[in-house]
Design a protein around this ligand. Sequence first.
Ligand code: 3PG
Length: 307
Amino acid sequence: MKKVLVATEKPFAKVAVDGIRKIVEGAGYQLVLLEKYKEKTDLLVAVADVDAMIIRSDKADREVLEAGKKLKIVVRAGAGYDNIDLTAATERGIVAMNTPGQNSNAVAELAIGMMVYAARNLFQAGSGTELKGKKLGLHAYGFVPKFLATIAKGFGMEVYAFDPFVSAEKMQNDGVQAVASIEELYSTCHYVSLHIPANAQTKKSINYDLLAKMPKGATLVNTARAEVIDEDGLQQIFAERTDIKYVSDVAPVCHAAMAEKYANRYFSTPKKMGAETEEANINAGLASANQIVNFLEKGDKTFQVNK
Ligand code: 3PG
Protein backbone atom coordinates (compact mmCIF):
# COMPACT_ATOMS: atom_id res chain seq x y z
CA MET A 1 0.00 0.00 0.00
CA LYS A 2 1.33 3.45 -0.94
CA LYS A 3 1.95 5.87 1.91
CA VAL A 4 1.45 9.66 1.96
CA LEU A 5 3.17 11.61 4.73
CA VAL A 6 1.81 14.95 5.92
CA ALA A 7 4.80 16.55 7.66
CA THR A 8 3.74 19.86 9.15
CA GLU A 9 5.65 21.49 11.96
CA LYS A 10 2.83 24.07 11.82
CA PRO A 11 -0.21 21.77 11.45
CA PHE A 12 -3.21 22.23 9.19
CA ALA A 13 -6.62 22.77 10.80
CA LYS A 14 -8.27 19.43 11.67
CA VAL A 15 -10.93 19.91 9.03
CA ALA A 16 -8.18 20.11 6.38
CA VAL A 17 -6.45 16.97 7.69
CA ASP A 18 -9.81 15.16 7.59
CA GLY A 19 -10.21 16.21 3.95
CA ILE A 20 -6.70 15.11 3.05
CA ARG A 21 -7.31 11.75 4.73
CA LYS A 22 -10.50 11.23 2.75
CA ILE A 23 -8.70 11.83 -0.56
CA VAL A 24 -5.65 9.72 0.34
CA GLU A 25 -7.62 6.79 1.77
CA GLY A 26 -10.14 7.06 -1.05
CA ALA A 27 -7.29 6.36 -3.45
CA GLY A 28 -6.36 3.27 -1.43
CA TYR A 29 -3.27 4.79 0.20
CA GLN A 30 -2.29 5.12 3.85
CA LEU A 31 -2.00 8.56 5.49
CA VAL A 32 0.91 9.11 7.88
CA LEU A 33 0.74 12.23 10.07
CA LEU A 34 3.76 13.99 11.52
CA GLU A 35 2.56 17.21 13.12
CA LYS A 36 4.28 19.73 15.43
CA TYR A 37 7.52 17.81 15.26
CA LYS A 38 10.45 19.35 17.09
CA GLU A 39 13.46 17.53 15.68
CA LYS A 40 14.59 17.04 12.10
CA THR A 41 15.32 13.42 12.94
CA ASP A 42 11.57 12.86 13.40
CA LEU A 43 11.08 13.94 9.80
CA LEU A 44 14.00 11.81 8.59
CA VAL A 45 12.44 8.75 10.23
CA ALA A 46 8.90 9.52 9.01
CA VAL A 47 9.91 10.10 5.37
CA ALA A 48 11.94 6.88 5.14
CA ASP A 49 9.23 4.60 3.70
CA VAL A 50 6.64 6.93 2.16
CA ASP A 51 5.87 7.42 -1.53
CA ALA A 52 4.67 11.02 -1.25
CA MET A 53 4.95 13.90 1.16
CA ILE A 54 2.93 17.06 1.83
CA ILE A 55 4.75 19.91 3.59
CA ARG A 56 4.22 23.58 4.41
CA SER A 57 7.31 25.67 5.26
CA ASP A 58 8.97 22.47 6.46
CA LYS A 59 12.45 22.07 5.03
CA ALA A 60 12.79 19.36 2.40
CA ASP A 61 16.56 19.66 2.06
CA ARG A 62 18.95 17.16 0.50
CA GLU A 63 19.18 15.10 3.70
CA VAL A 64 15.40 14.78 3.97
CA LEU A 65 14.99 13.93 0.28
CA GLU A 66 17.77 11.35 0.46
CA ALA A 67 16.15 9.80 3.55
CA GLY A 68 12.97 9.30 1.50
CA LYS A 69 14.16 6.12 -0.18
CA LYS A 70 10.78 5.52 -1.87
CA LEU A 71 9.81 9.18 -2.23
CA LYS A 72 8.42 10.05 -5.67
CA ILE A 73 6.70 13.37 -5.05
CA VAL A 74 6.78 16.22 -2.53
CA VAL A 75 4.08 18.86 -2.58
CA ARG A 76 4.49 22.17 -0.83
CA ALA A 77 0.96 23.06 0.29
CA GLY A 78 1.37 26.73 -0.52
CA ALA A 79 3.09 29.08 -2.91
CA GLY A 80 6.77 29.55 -2.01
CA TYR A 81 8.99 26.52 -2.54
CA ASP A 82 12.30 27.98 -1.36
CA ASN A 83 12.18 25.32 1.39
CA ILE A 84 12.66 22.48 -1.11
CA ASP A 85 16.11 21.62 -2.47
CA LEU A 86 15.01 21.40 -6.10
CA THR A 87 18.42 20.28 -7.35
CA ALA A 88 18.46 17.35 -4.92
CA ALA A 89 14.86 16.49 -5.82
CA THR A 90 15.62 16.46 -9.54
CA GLU A 91 18.77 14.39 -9.03
CA ARG A 92 16.74 11.79 -7.17
CA GLY A 93 13.89 11.82 -9.71
CA ILE A 94 11.49 13.29 -7.17
CA VAL A 95 8.76 15.56 -8.54
CA ALA A 96 8.34 18.79 -6.54
CA MET A 97 5.10 20.76 -6.77
CA ASN A 98 3.41 23.73 -5.11
CA THR A 99 -0.27 24.68 -4.99
CA PRO A 100 -0.32 28.19 -6.46
CA GLY A 101 -3.17 30.46 -5.43
CA GLN A 102 -4.72 28.11 -2.89
CA ASN A 103 -3.80 30.05 0.25
CA SER A 104 -3.47 33.48 -1.36
CA ASN A 105 -6.66 35.13 -0.15
CA ALA A 106 -5.71 34.41 3.46
CA VAL A 107 -2.35 36.13 2.98
CA ALA A 108 -3.96 39.10 1.23
CA GLU A 109 -6.42 39.54 4.10
CA LEU A 110 -3.57 39.50 6.62
CA ALA A 111 -1.64 42.08 4.57
CA ILE A 112 -4.57 44.51 4.60
CA GLY A 113 -5.08 43.87 8.31
CA MET A 114 -1.45 44.72 8.96
CA MET A 115 -1.81 47.91 6.94
CA VAL A 116 -4.75 49.01 9.07
CA TYR A 117 -2.75 48.09 12.18
CA ALA A 118 0.15 50.27 10.99
CA ALA A 119 -2.15 53.13 9.98
CA ARG A 120 -3.69 53.11 13.50
CA ASN A 121 -0.32 53.40 15.24
CA LEU A 122 -0.13 49.70 16.07
CA PHE A 123 -3.30 50.17 18.11
CA GLN A 124 -1.57 52.59 20.47
CA ALA A 125 -3.16 55.86 21.64
CA GLY A 126 -3.25 58.88 19.32
CA SER A 127 -4.65 59.79 15.90
CA GLY A 128 -3.79 57.42 13.09
CA THR A 129 -4.51 57.73 9.40
CA GLU A 130 -6.83 56.05 6.89
CA LEU A 131 -6.03 53.82 3.95
CA LYS A 132 -8.56 55.63 1.76
CA GLY A 133 -6.87 57.77 -0.87
CA LYS A 134 -3.39 56.36 -0.15
CA LYS A 135 -1.21 54.69 -2.73
CA LEU A 136 -0.47 50.99 -2.38
CA GLY A 137 2.49 49.52 -4.28
CA LEU A 138 2.50 45.80 -4.95
CA HIS A 139 6.02 44.47 -5.34
CA ALA A 140 5.28 41.56 -7.72
CA TYR A 141 1.88 40.69 -9.10
CA GLY A 142 0.98 37.05 -8.47
CA PHE A 143 -2.06 35.59 -6.73
CA VAL A 144 -1.70 37.31 -3.32
CA PRO A 145 -1.26 40.85 -4.68
CA LYS A 146 -4.12 40.31 -7.10
CA PHE A 147 -6.45 39.53 -4.19
CA LEU A 148 -4.91 42.37 -2.19
CA ALA A 149 -5.52 44.85 -5.02
CA THR A 150 -9.24 44.01 -4.99
CA ILE A 151 -9.49 44.49 -1.22
CA ALA A 152 -7.40 47.68 -1.26
CA LYS A 153 -9.58 49.22 -3.95
CA GLY A 154 -12.55 48.51 -1.68
CA PHE A 155 -10.78 50.67 0.91
CA GLY A 156 -10.46 53.44 -1.71
CA MET A 157 -6.71 53.03 -2.23
CA GLU A 158 -4.92 53.70 -5.52
CA VAL A 159 -3.09 50.53 -6.48
CA TYR A 160 0.23 50.31 -8.34
CA ALA A 161 2.38 47.29 -9.13
CA PHE A 162 5.81 46.38 -10.39
CA ASP A 163 6.40 42.94 -11.86
CA PRO A 164 8.68 42.41 -14.87
CA PHE A 165 6.99 39.05 -15.53
CA VAL A 166 3.42 40.42 -15.80
CA SER A 167 2.19 42.69 -18.58
CA ALA A 168 0.94 46.20 -17.88
CA GLU A 169 -2.22 45.27 -19.76
CA LYS A 170 -3.02 42.43 -17.36
CA MET A 171 -2.58 44.77 -14.40
CA GLN A 172 -4.69 47.47 -16.05
CA ASN A 173 -7.48 44.95 -16.58
CA ASP A 174 -7.54 44.54 -12.78
CA GLY A 175 -7.58 48.31 -12.24
CA VAL A 176 -3.92 48.30 -11.16
CA GLN A 177 -1.43 50.79 -12.59
CA ALA A 178 1.85 49.30 -13.77
CA VAL A 179 5.02 51.22 -12.92
CA ALA A 180 8.21 50.92 -14.93
CA SER A 181 10.73 50.29 -12.16
CA ILE A 182 11.08 49.17 -8.57
CA GLU A 183 12.47 52.62 -7.72
CA GLU A 184 9.31 54.26 -9.07
CA LEU A 185 7.13 51.91 -6.99
CA TYR A 186 8.95 52.72 -3.76
CA SER A 187 9.12 56.48 -4.39
CA THR A 188 5.43 56.67 -5.37
CA CYS A 189 3.65 54.60 -2.73
CA HIS A 190 2.69 55.21 0.91
CA TYR A 191 2.42 51.45 1.40
CA VAL A 192 4.57 48.86 -0.34
CA SER A 193 3.55 45.22 0.06
CA LEU A 194 6.15 42.56 -0.75
CA HIS A 195 5.18 39.51 -2.78
CA ILE A 196 8.48 38.39 -4.28
CA PRO A 197 9.87 34.90 -3.68
CA ALA A 198 13.16 34.34 -1.85
CA ASN A 199 15.80 33.34 -4.38
CA ALA A 200 19.34 34.25 -5.41
CA GLN A 201 18.11 37.37 -7.24
CA THR A 202 15.79 38.70 -4.52
CA LYS A 203 17.62 37.92 -1.26
CA LYS A 204 18.55 41.19 0.53
CA SER A 205 17.20 43.13 -2.46
CA ILE A 206 15.01 45.40 -0.32
CA ASN A 207 17.86 47.58 0.79
CA TYR A 208 18.61 51.00 2.24
CA ASP A 209 18.60 52.79 -1.15
CA LEU A 210 15.14 51.47 -1.98
CA LEU A 211 13.65 52.14 1.45
CA ALA A 212 15.12 55.66 1.48
CA LYS A 213 12.99 56.47 -1.59
CA MET A 214 9.72 55.87 0.25
CA PRO A 215 7.60 58.97 0.93
CA LYS A 216 7.18 60.48 4.39
CA GLY A 217 5.12 58.26 6.69
CA ALA A 218 5.49 55.21 4.45
CA THR A 219 4.89 51.63 5.57
CA LEU A 220 6.58 48.48 4.28
CA VAL A 221 4.45 45.33 4.59
CA ASN A 222 6.09 41.91 4.36
CA THR A 223 3.96 38.79 4.16
CA ALA A 224 6.48 37.19 1.79
CA ARG A 225 9.90 36.13 3.04
CA ALA A 226 12.31 37.56 5.65
CA GLU A 227 15.36 36.88 3.47
CA VAL A 228 14.43 39.49 0.84
CA ILE A 229 15.13 42.28 3.35
CA ASP A 230 18.63 43.69 3.76
CA GLU A 231 18.39 43.95 7.54
CA ASP A 232 21.37 46.32 7.89
CA GLY A 233 19.63 48.67 5.47
CA LEU A 234 16.33 48.29 7.33
CA GLN A 235 17.93 49.15 10.67
CA GLN A 236 19.80 52.08 9.11
CA ILE A 237 16.68 53.65 7.63
CA PHE A 238 14.80 53.15 10.91
CA ALA A 239 17.60 54.93 12.78
CA GLU A 240 17.60 57.82 10.31
CA ARG A 241 13.88 58.28 9.73
CA THR A 242 11.34 58.29 12.52
CA ASP A 243 8.41 58.26 10.05
CA ILE A 244 8.93 54.84 8.44
CA LYS A 245 7.00 51.76 9.59
CA TYR A 246 7.58 48.05 8.99
CA VAL A 247 4.94 45.39 9.58
CA SER A 248 5.96 41.83 8.95
CA ASP A 249 4.60 38.30 9.05
CA VAL A 250 8.11 36.91 8.63
CA ALA A 251 10.24 38.00 11.56
CA PRO A 252 13.68 39.36 10.71
CA VAL A 253 16.81 38.10 12.45
CA CYS A 254 17.05 41.58 14.02
CA HIS A 255 13.51 41.25 15.46
CA ALA A 256 14.45 41.65 19.14
CA ALA A 257 16.47 44.82 18.53
CA MET A 258 13.77 46.33 16.29
CA ALA A 259 10.98 45.47 18.74
CA GLU A 260 12.86 47.05 21.62
CA LYS A 261 13.85 50.27 19.85
CA TYR A 262 10.83 50.88 17.62
CA ALA A 263 7.80 49.47 19.42
CA ASN A 264 5.60 52.24 17.97
CA ARG A 265 6.38 51.55 14.28
CA TYR A 266 7.69 48.02 13.93
CA PHE A 267 5.67 44.85 14.35
CA SER A 268 6.16 41.21 13.47
CA THR A 269 3.80 38.32 14.11
CA PRO A 270 5.30 35.79 16.56
CA LYS A 271 4.90 33.00 13.97
CA LYS A 272 4.09 33.29 10.27
CA MET A 273 0.31 33.29 10.06
CA GLY A 274 -0.55 34.57 6.59
CA ALA A 275 -1.86 31.21 5.42
CA GLU A 276 -3.25 30.25 8.83
CA THR A 277 -6.95 30.05 8.07
CA GLU A 278 -9.14 26.97 7.89
CA GLU A 279 -10.08 27.95 4.35
CA ALA A 280 -6.46 28.25 3.19
CA ASN A 281 -5.54 24.98 4.95
CA ILE A 282 -8.42 23.21 3.24
CA ASN A 283 -7.68 24.72 -0.18
CA ALA A 284 -3.94 24.04 -0.12
CA GLY A 285 -4.13 20.73 1.77
CA LEU A 286 -6.78 19.16 -0.43
CA ALA A 287 -5.12 20.45 -3.60
CA SER A 288 -1.87 18.82 -2.44
CA ALA A 289 -3.58 15.47 -1.82
CA ASN A 290 -5.35 15.58 -5.18
CA GLN A 291 -2.12 16.48 -6.98
CA ILE A 292 -0.40 13.48 -5.36
CA VAL A 293 -3.16 11.08 -6.34
CA ASN A 294 -3.26 12.45 -9.89
CA PHE A 295 0.51 12.11 -10.19
CA LEU A 296 0.75 8.61 -8.72
CA GLU A 297 -2.27 7.30 -10.65
CA LYS A 298 -2.01 9.18 -13.96
CA GLY A 299 1.45 10.71 -14.07
CA ASP A 300 -0.09 14.22 -14.04
CA LYS A 301 2.76 16.67 -13.44
CA THR A 302 0.75 19.91 -13.48
CA PHE A 303 2.28 22.33 -10.94
CA GLN A 304 5.70 20.65 -11.04
CA VAL A 305 8.33 23.27 -10.13
CA ASN A 306 11.56 21.30 -10.76
CA LYS A 307 11.29 20.87 -14.51
C1 3PG B 1 3.36 30.19 1.19
O1 3PG B 1 4.46 30.28 0.61
O2 3PG B 1 2.42 29.54 0.72
C2 3PG B 1 3.14 30.96 2.47
O3 3PG B 1 4.30 31.58 2.89
C3 3PG B 1 2.50 30.12 3.58
O4 3PG B 1 3.42 29.35 4.30
P1 3PG B 1 2.97 28.34 5.45
O5 3PG B 1 2.31 27.18 4.82
O6 3PG B 1 4.23 27.97 6.17
O7 3PG B 1 2.01 29.06 6.35
